[in-house]
Design a protein around this ligand. Structure first.
Ligand code: HEC
Ligand code: HEC
Length: 207
């Protein structure tokens, strides 16, 4: 009798777990992106950009809370040109328009967070003045975005900013024309130390 009960329970368990698996498989084959949250297509980004797009690595940018239109532009630019990538140019070839919209929708709705890192406050104070003069109009006042649609820079990883700004300066990133003018003015008037001060201001993460 005990053996029979055990056998029946075993049968039930196996039957139930099979049913769930079949159901899951069915749901996934209908539409992988609609069936799960976060959508499958953005989960592949988490391995590098961190859970929810909040990156733990200074070499990889956080993408949580960046403006939707900016995300659409930059993801298209990796694929079709205008934005230099060591990795992203190759990754973006694999996705269609709808998947890229899912990515932009999802990441733009995640909270924007300031990354914690060591930055020199002596430089940050100088950097704040330079930001106000050359960059604030488009990149916002502290944590308040401007109406120009450019992403916030405050609290971003300093290494990522250094490389990315360099890529604009040498022209392998094609940014906004007015931004290129302001970057050129910054370098002309304040040189490399000015750029470094600006980066420490962003790294410090305090408006
Ligand atoms: C293998 C690691 C890796 C994966 C996977 C990855 N990324 Fe990236 N991503 C990077 C790196 C590194 C950069 C900096 C640019 C470069 O070097 O390609 C970047 C840059 C970006 C940027 C630009 C950020 C900014 O501030 O302008 C966006 C947006 C982005 N990735 C979105 C995504 C999305 C969406 C996915 C998922 C489909 C994804 N990435 C998957 C490594 C990765
Ligand atoms: C006239 C508006 C404007 C001004 C002024 C401006 N920017 Fe930008 N910036 C933009 C726009 C628009 C983008 C997005 C360009 C793109 O799609 O590559 C951008 C992108 C960037 C990025 C890439 C952000 C990311 O997430 O990868 C950095 C870094 C940057 N700007 C730095 C600066 C700095 C530093 C200054 C001041 C010296 C500055 N910008 C001034 C409009 C501006």
């Amino acid at each position: 009798m005990r053996l029979l009960i055990t056998f029946c329970l075993y049968g039930l368990t196996v039957g139930w777990s099979f049913a769930v698996t079949a159901e899951e498989r069915g749901a996934l084959s209908v539409s992988a992106d609609d069936a799960v949250y976060p959508p499958m297509v953005v989960q592949t980004c988490f391995s590098c950009h961190g859970p929810g797009g909040q990156s733990q690595s200074p070499a990889i940018p956080s993408i949580a809370g960046l403006p939707r239109d900016y995300l659409l532009n930059v993801l298209a630019a990796y694929r079709y040109g205008g934005r230099f990538g060591t990795i992203m140019d190759r990754i973006m070839g694999a996705y269609d328009k709808r998947q890229v919209e899912t990515m932009a929708d999802y990441f733009s709705r995640q909270p924007y967070r300031v990354n914690k890192q060591d930055a020199k406050w002596q430089l940050a104070d100088r950097g704040r003045q330079l930001h106000r003069r050359y960059c604030r109009e488009c990149h916002g006042d502290g944590l308040k975005p401007s109406d120009k649609g450019a992403p916030l820079l405050i609290g971003r990883w300093m290494d990522y900013l250094r490389w990315t700004i360099r890529d604009y300066l040498i022209g392998i990133n094609q940014g906004d024309e007015e931004m290129n003018r302001q970057l050129a003015r910054l370098i002309r008037n304040h040189g490399e130390p000015g750029l470094e001060a600006l980066i420490h201001y962003y790294g410090k993460g305090r408006p």
